[in-house]
Design a protein around this ligand. Structure first.
Ligand SMILES: Cc1cc2nc3c(=O)[nH]c(=O)nc-3n(C[C@H](O)[C@H](O)[C@H](O)COP(=O)(O)OP(=O)(O)OC[C@H]3O[C@@H](n4cnc5c(N)ncnc54)[C@H](O)[C@@H]3O)c2cc1C
Length: 306
């Protein structure tokens, strides 16, 4: 192991060990990552991936941690954070390129400033461009699939590859990125010329709707469950009488039952306990199986079937 650590520090000058993941997730939950690397360039990220594969070391790509629940025991592997070094945003006519680490909200603001329409839906989503592409993030009738025309990725061999829109296979909260173990380094957007004032007004309207409906005052990872076909997860949870259901510091939000929130000091075990109960009771009452939208990292005891 010491050999791996030494080699890791040779290929990257941006490594820390035993890094608490609660500092890197919007849930503010999660034990330590064995190693935490913040690559500064594509070739540094590629070297870290190649090294992990050479040593058979598990690795995980992190954006802003806004769709993630990390185990209280942490993660025995290398977390590779696609951060500010990958944050460049460029406008080229009606197209934009944004690095995987750029904030999606900032990308939407830049589009607005360039009088480009299409990213208004994304302005309140607290993820990175990379994480949003992976998850095909969406809101208020918009989703990444409508505006993405391609992406640059690293393959698991650490090679640079360009994917077009069809290659990305974007569906409801999914894309080919996770199944193929790609790492997004940059995304390309195709947008429509529009009126800056109208785009800005739309973004403000959506922000107000979020503020009114969502428990933004608490730590969370957004909607906990995917939307089951023909239903809304939040509505089913509310109608099953689970508003406010809690375990430790975690509870079903009273404001929006689709969110499990950390009211303070919640552990990952608390969050999953609430999720388990919600899932059981919704199934008992409506016969609908709720699938997790949030991603799990690390070991959970008992294991949770996402
Ligand atoms: C208050 C709140 C509101 C939210 N509202 C919405 C909403 O309206 N719509 C919506 O869809 N989501 C919403 N979310 C969830 C979340 O913000 C999105 O899923 C977002 O796209 C996740 O981006 P991230 O950078 O935080 O990804 P992370 O949580 O860091 O990672 C998510 C997944 O993507 C992978 N990943 C991240 N970056 C890369 C990369 N560069 N290359 C390869 N894999 C990568 C990770 O390995 C992980 O599997 C909300 C969350 C919060 C906290």
């Amino acid at each position: 192991m010491a050999l791996f650590d030494d080699r890791l520090m040779e290929v990257s000058g941006n490594v820390c060990f035993d890094e608490p993941m609660k500092k890197h997730t919007t849930f503010r939950v999660g034990g330590p990552a064995e190693a935490f690397v913040t690559p500064q360039t594509v070739s540094e990220a590629a070297s870290v991936i190649r090294l992990c594969r050479e040593f058979g070391k598990p690795y995980f790509i992190l954006g802003n941690g806004s769709n993630l629940l990390v185990s209280d025991k942490g993660y025995r592997g290398v977390v590779i954070r696609m951060g500010r070094a990958f944050g460049e945003i460029r406008v080229e006519g009606s197209r934009m390129r944004a690095g995987a680490g750029a904030a999606l909200s900032q990308t939407a603001v830049r589009a607005c400033g360039a009088s480009l329409s299409g990213l208004e839906f994304a302005s309140g989503i607290p993820g990175t461009v990379g994480g949003a592409l992976v998850m095909n993030a969406g809101a208020y009738g918009g989703e990444m699939a409508q505006v993405i025309c391609g992406a640059a990725v690293l393959t698991k061999e650490g090679e640079v590859k360009h994917l077009n829109r069809d290659d990305l296979q974007m569906g409801y909260r999914k894309s080919c990125i996770l199944p193929m173990s790609y790492v997004v380094t940059e995304a390309e957007f195709v947008l429509e010329p529009g009126d800056e004032e109208q785009i800005c007004a739309k973004m403000e309207e959506l922000a107000a709707r979020r503020k009114e409906k969502q428990p933004l005052e608490y730590a969370s990872a957004g909607s906990t469950f995917k939307r089951p076909e023909g239903h809304f997860a939040g509505k089913l949870i509310m109608e099953a009488g689970l508003r406010g259901l809690s375990a430790g510091g975690a509870c079903v939000s009273e404001k929006h039952c689709g969110f499990v929130v950390n009211k303070g000091g919640a552990s990952a075990a608390d969050v999953l306990k609430v999720c388990r109960q919600v899932r059981e009771r919704v199934f008992q009452k409506f016969g609908v199986i709720l699938e997790l939208e949030i991603r799990l990292l690390g070991e959970f005891d008992p294991p949770f079937e996402a």
